[in-house]
Design a protein around this ligand. Structure first.
Ligand SMILES: [Zn+2]
Length: 322
């Protein structure tokens, strides 16, 4: 059972949680999982939700380092047709980053570090961006099969970009204009150390992109393995704690209850249509499937009630005084 004497320190604002008196809810979880946190405790100072008890380092390693997270067992060419939902989200994310870069206006050749790159669709969106030239793309991905698939895909389709796939950030050289953390930091028990390492990989004028779910415990029956639950305020606080200043913080996606196929807010008709399009995706034009999932998820829909927080941040010491 939960050991009430274990203290938690808020990773965003350093508030000391005091045990039973904290605001808590039970952790939405699939009961077949054996190592699930039991509660989400909320910081009284900044509102950050923290899973409790936190997973041990051993449990976390088992989850992400053994090639089990994506459950691939072979390498393959990664296509929008196979993953239309992921592609739609990545394209919307890149548009958000690209608009900011274009408004900054000074650099057209860019390097991108994508940590936890998954299928690398954010990199592909950057490579296809006509407003700038992707010169270097480094995908950090723990899954060895996925790394193999990324190498295959980039050799075949994006040979004009200097591409590297790596198991960890530490083996890569140099600094980057854009560092991407898409759906990464909500998985980390204390993201400060990791964020500091990543901030060290930003060029002086480089920009960090972060995308996290917004309070997904409100509408998902299983949030495992998410460990942190952000809002805009505590995300800004976390940035500040690691020497970053938020440039843009916005909410995207549909309203929570309507956003997921398994949620109560989705009508049976819509669920059926989503299932059919997904099943038929190999025979449908990829551009249609991507468009369909963009609409279904609201991936590019700016919405104050949306399910994702997207943020761009720069080093605070790197800023020119206003
Ligand atoms: Zn806090």
């Amino acid at each position: 059972m939960i050991n009430e004497t274990m203290l938690l320190t808020c990773p965003a604002c350093a508030w000391e949680f005091e045990g039973a008196s904290d605001e808590t809810i039970s952790y939405p979880c699939d009961e077949s999982l054996d190592a699930c946190p039991q509660e989400i405790r909320f910081c009284q100072q900044c509102g950050l939700g923290v899973a409790y008890p936190l997973l041990s380092d051993e449990q976390l390693e088992k989850l992400y380092q053994k090639g089990q997270y994506w459950q691939d067992s072979e390498t393959k060419i990664l296509t929008a047709r196979e993953y239309p939902g992921r592609c739609a989200v990545a394209q919307a994310q890149w548009k958000f980053i690209s608009i900011y870069l274009n408004n900054q206006g000074n650099k057209k050749e860019i390097s991108v570090l994508d940590v936890g790159a998954g299928q690398g669709f954010l990199g592909m969106a950057a490579a296809k961006d006509k407003q700038l030239r992707l010169e270097r793309y480094c995908a950090v991905e723990a899954d060895p099969y996925l790394r193999g698939s990324l190498i295959k895909t980039w050799e075949k389709s994006f040979s004009y970009v200097r591409f590297e796939a790596s198991e960890s950030v530490s083996t890569l050289e140099g600094t980057f204009d854009v560092v991407i953390l898409s759906h990464i930091i909500e998985h980390l028990p204390d993201p400060k150390m990791f964020l500091k390492e990543v901030v060290g990989r930003l060029n002086p004028d480089g920009v960090l992109f972060v995308d996290v779910p917004y309070q997904d415990y409100r509408f998902k029956s299983n949030v495992f393995p998410h460990l942190l639950f952000f809002n805009e305020e505590n995300l800004r606080k976390l940035f500040k704690a690691v020497g970053l200043r938020a440039e843009v913080v916005e909410r995207f996606g549909k309203d929570g209850a309507k956003a997921f196929i398994n949620s109560k807010g989705t009508s049976p008709k819509e669920k059926l249509i989503v299932r059919i399009v997904y099943k038929l995706r190999k025979w449908l034009p990829a551009s249609f499937s991507v468009w369909f999932f963009d609409r279904h998820l609201g991936a590019s829909f700016r919405n104050p009630q949306g399910i994702w927080i997207r943020a761009l941040a720069k080093r605070s010491e790197g800023r020119k005084s206003l």
